[in-house]
Design a binder for this molecule. Structure first.
Ligand SMILES: [Zn+2]
Length: 156
């Protein structure tokens, strides 16, 4: 029987619910704490190991996968909050990506930068910005290299 994990949008409560079949599992359920909607946050592929992470400790992944939700039960509430942040940021990014793709632009998450207006929204990095960012990296590297070089031959 599949077990799905849910998280409340309002109060952050996490809960698990057992469903008789995958097809009966709802995407949202009512939060037992505040009555708001809880969203399903674990994929049905993971129903066979709902309570404990398999295979011992694993390195944290930068992506959010269902296994991480099992994992962060072990590493605690801070992590749960962090993953929730990542998840919500990724949701915003993915919405932006969908909009861009509708407009015919093939955009990936790494092309998105946060807007500076505090809205929490993302926009696509521009070509000059990307070029500048790459130049920035090159420059920092070359500065470091030059500094090291000049230190080596100070007496020259
Ligand atoms: Zn709640």
């Amino acid at each position: 029987m599949p077990i799905y994990e849910y998280q409340c949008d309002e109060c952050g409560l996490r809960d698990e619910k057992l469903w008789p079949k995958i097809s009966t599992a709802k995407d949202t359920i009512e939060c037992s704490s505040c009555g708001a909607q809880m969203r399903k946050i674990i994929s049905p592929a993971n129903f066979s190991f709902p309570h404990t992470p398999v295979g011992g400790a694993r390195p944290q992944n930068t992506g959010v996968h269902a296994i991480d939700y099992s994992f962060d039960k072990v590493i605690g509430e801070d992590s749960a909050r962090k993953w929730k942040d990542i998840e919500s940021r990724n949701a915003v990014k993915d919405a932006t990506i969908r909009e861009e793709r509708k407009a015919g632009r093939l955009v990936k998450r790494e092309h998105l930068v946060p807007k500076l207006d505090g809205s929490g929204e993302y926009r696509v990095i521009t070509e000059p910005e990307r070029k500048h960012a790459n130049e920035g990296r090159t420059t920092a590297f070359e500065i470091a290299k030059a500094a090291k070089g000049s230190g080596d031959k100070k007496d020259g």
